[in-house]
Design a binder for this molecule. Structure first.
Ligand code: KG4
Ligand code: ZN
Length: 325
């Protein structure tokens, strides 16, 4: 059963065809990173215009790579939120147009749920319950997943998301955009020798990353940072220390079968290594290209929604502030 996935929530225009929710037949991504890098961050107006230019060619490429025709498809899955309204609208309207023209069912997918489902594309079996750590540019959520589509949010960030903190720290250190990969790259040449604070928020499963970012800013402004590489390594260490410690604690507390890592920050090598090393439970992590935004994860999630009968009508609309649970 083949599902076409479409993703336009932020700055990647993506389309993919996935079979039975697990096998990637194609995975096309048109990144706008170079365009937004000029501005040091995403410009929403520019993003939606780029999606309009890229969406049809990307869908055609995904269908061609999968060697699929419209009549091979069982349905279309599209991200409806959370994300930028003008960007989401492009994907949702194209998905609705194809669904109407071809008489295909359409499944609106929560982008965060999509990130979790990237784990179903890893060829490993997944048992419930699981704890998922979703760390992206907009979210840092610890979620208990009891079954397909069944989530309890156990903790979330109270201020900056993990990816947002990486992006802001990179700006402070003048490392460029996007910040996560830039910090990781710079950190390779340094050691985590600078003491930065960790907000443990004891007694809760919540995160806070604005304090560590402000501490870094004060050090830089005070001329106390002599090595950019050491500062990047120290910042990365501080954020990952908290993410890993709290995730492992929550997984033990809820006696889950495994930990699933998801979201753009899950592409970070140190986070991947450290979580595997510190967890007594199995840890599943998608390959980096499936951690950052893509449409294969949306198609995988859409497949499970389709199987559960969660099919939407043509009145489907974007929900920019959509929550997981
Ligand atoms: O999931 P994603 O691609 O888009 C959102 O849904 O937000 O995540 C993007 C975030 C950005 O903040 C980016 O800096 C971060 O993921 N990121 C990383 C790495 N690659 C991407 N953070 C740390 N290390 C990385 N290697
Ligand atoms: Zn994302």
């Amino acid at each position: 059963m083949k599902i076409l996935g479409i993703e336009t929530s932020c700055d990647e225009t993506a389309a993919a065809v996935v079979e039975d929710g697990v096998r990637i037949l194609s995975n096309q991504i048109a990144s706008q990173v170079e365009i937004h890098a000029r501005y040091g961050g995403i410009v929403p107006e520019v993003a939606s215009r780029q999606h309009i230019l890229a969406i049809i060619p990307i869908i055609e490429q995904a269908m061609a790579e999968a060697k699929a025709t419209w009549s091979d498809l069982a349905g279309i899955a599209v991200t409806i939120g959370p994300g930028l309204a003008g960007s989401l609208l492009v994907g949702v309207n194209v998905a609705k147009a194809i669904a109407l023209a071809r008489g295909l069912p359409i499944m609106g997918v929560n982008h965060l749920e999509g990130h979790i489902y990237a784990n179903w594309l890893t060829d490993r079996s997944i048992d419930f319950p699981s704890v998922c750590l979703i760390v992206s540019g907009g979210h840092s959520d610890l979620v208990l997943m009891k079954g397909h589509g069944n989530y309890v949010v156990l903790g979330r960030t109270r201020d900056d998301a993990a990816g947002e903190a990486f992006d802001k720290a990179a700006r402070i250190l003048k490392l460029g955009y996007p910040g996560g990969p830039a910090i990781e790259q710079a950190a390779r040449a340094g050691t985590a020798s600078i003491q930065l604070p960790r907000a443990w928020l004891k007694g809760t499963n919540d995160f806070s990353f604005s304090g560590v970012k402000t501490a870094l800013l004060r050090l830089v402004e005070g001329g106390k940072v002599s090595s950019q590489a050491d500062a990047a390594a120290s910042f990365q260490e501080a954020v990952i220390d908290v993410l890993v410690t709290k995730t492992v604690a929550v997984a033990k507390e809820h006696r889950v079968k495994q930990i699933l890592l998801a979201g753009g920050v899950a592409a970070n090598g140190l986070l991947r290594q450290r979580l595997v090393k510190n967890s007594p439970l199995p840890v599943l992590i998608p390959p980096p290209v499936l951690c950052t935004d893509n449409a294969a994860m949306i198609a995988a999630c859409g497949y499970y929604r389709f199987r559960a009968g969660k099919i939407d009508g043509l009145s489907l609309d974007v929900i920019p502030g959509l929550k997981l649970a």
